[in-house]
Ligand binder design. Structure first.
Ligand SMILES: Cc1cc2nc3c(=O)[nH]c(=O)nc-3n(C[C@H](O)[C@H](O)[C@H](O)COP(=O)(O)OP(=O)(O)OC[C@H]3O[C@@H](n4cnc5c(N)ncnc54)[C@H](O)[C@@H]3O)c2cc1C
Length: 406
């Protein structure tokens, strides 16, 4: 089969690799809007700080040649003609496909007045990250405002602080990474972020970017904050503009069934662009993390070739890489009927339960047990026999062998 893959991010390149492996006589054309080999955004901060290329170009800079994929860089898809099975590029060229993988990922979502002002930087792609670094290195930038207190905002702020920029985070919610961390775990992250010299303005709503080029934000109380650099880390939105006139149904992202097929024949989707089912809650939303992208891509690719694989559902999982204190969160903290906690000032373990089953877990300081919690959660095992022992540091595999498994 001849397959076109839109995107060479983690989902796109993994899908392309799978297609070549499962269908060695077929052909794959992988398109990227950017001028780079396939890269992983997870390694952007490390790359900017250290210059290391290995983790960034995680499949190797020669991935396409090695895998036998025709790779086209700087090939921006403008539309998909699902009736004639053709992809339309920005320059008007049309590429025929028998199968199509939509893996166009996500972009910055900044629902704030003035978000289109020149000079607002983001940390969503290698192109934007490099222009950010160029601005910092130009020496004209000594102060930065990061709007958004989620994971990317925190990671970006730590990077800027490490580069010697006096950085302030402005966030609407009153604690860091509120969608992923509970207040107690977040307090540990907050102390670490402050210790790195980042100023936090939390519980403060930025209503608009100001200046032209942008040099600050207006706050809900009418006051303003200004800085040499203004960065938006306000969330992400799937890249779906190019699917507008096609038979591929979308809402926030591309709608897929549990086999990751879209509404258009011969078209699958994977990664940050796809609205997938959460395996715990059953809710459908975009789970914009690496792990889900590379788990979905092989299933989508195999199903495009005729397999009948079912995707088990996406997982909410976050970890902080550059904080100095390891922190990891899995699952959800919504509507628990019990929360177990253990902490000693250095470590904190929190487990969220509903009907005796784990719905979420957060670890800070020492994250070794996350695999056990995750496994208990995924298998929906009744953990009530453990009581509070579940969060104590000595809890381990041996407890499981004797107490739970038959
Ligand atoms: C700074 C940062 C740090 C992160 N850290 C973590 C982390 O620690 N852990 C974690 O799990 N996740 C992390 N993530 C999220 C993770 O990187 C994403 O979930 C993952 O990259 C999704 O892969 P993807 O292939 O679906 O999309 P993307 O990586 O966004 O790739 C999309 C691809 O589509 C191409 N494209 C888009 N539109 C078009 C078009 N119209 N035509 C042609 N090509 C197009 C792009 O050029 C790109 O090649 C981080 C993200 C960022 C930005």
């Amino acid at each position: 089969m001849h397959v076109v893959v839109i995107g060479t991010g983690p989902a796109g390149i993994t899908a392309a690799e799978t297609l070549r492996r499962l269908d060695p006589h077929g052909s794959v054309t992988a398109l990227s809007a950017e001028p780079f080999p396939p890269y992983s955004p997870v390694a952007l901060a490390d790359h900017l700080l250290t210059g290391r290329e290995g983790p960034l170009f995680w499949k190797g800079q020669d991935a396409a040649r090695r895998l036998g994929i025709e790779e086209r860089r700087g090939a921006v898809v403008r539309g998909v003609d699902t009736d004639n099975r053709e992809v339309v590029l920005d320059d008007g060229a049309r590429l025929a496909y028998e199968g199509l993988v939509v893996a166009s990922g996500s972009r910055l979502h900044a629902p704030l007045e003035g978000a289109d002002l020149p000079g607002i930087l983001d940390f969503k792609s290698l192109s934007t990250a490099r222009s950010l670094l160029a601005r910092v290195r130009s020496q004209e930038c000594r102060t930065a405002l990061v709007v958004g207190n989620g994971f990317i905002g925190v990671e970006l702020s730590l990077l800027l602080a490490d580069l010697g920029v006096d950085t302030t985070i402005v966030g609407r919610r009153s604690w860091l990474m509120p969608r992923a961390l509970d207040r107690e775990t977040s307090a540990i992250a907050e102390a670490a972020v402050r210790a790195r010299g980042v100023t936090l303005r939390l519980g403060v709503e930025a209503t608009a970017f100001i200046g032209n080029p942008a040099n600050g934000v207006r706050l809900a109380d009418g006051s303003a904050l200004t800085a040499d650099l203004v960065l938006a880390a306000t969330g992400v939105k799937p890249h779906i503009g190019h699917l507008a006139d096609s038979a591929i149904q979308t809402d926030w992202g591309v709608l897929v069934d549990d086999s990751l097929r879209t509404s258009a024949p011969g078209v699958v989707a994977a990664g940050d662009v796809a609205v997938t089912r959460d395996y715990m809650t059953g809710e459908r939303y975009v789970h914009a993390i690496f792990h889900n992208a590379v788990r979905q891509a092989p299933i989508a690719a195999a199903n495009l070739l005729g397999a009948q694989l079912t995707y088990e559902g996406a997982e909410a999982m976050n970890s902080l890489k550059h904080l100095g204190v390891p922190i990891v969160a899995v699952g959800s903290t919504d509507n628990p009927d019990a929360v177990l906690r253990w902490g000693d000032g250095q470590q904190l373990r929190s487990v969220y339960l509903r009907d005796g089953r784990i719905t979420g877990a957060q670890l800070a300081g020492n994250i070794r047990s996350i695999g056990i919690y995750r496994s208990l959660m995924r298998r929906r095992i009744d953990v009530s026999p453990f009581g509070h022992r579940l969060v104590e540091p000595r809890f381990g595999l041996a407890d499981l062998l004797f107490d739970v498994l038959p």
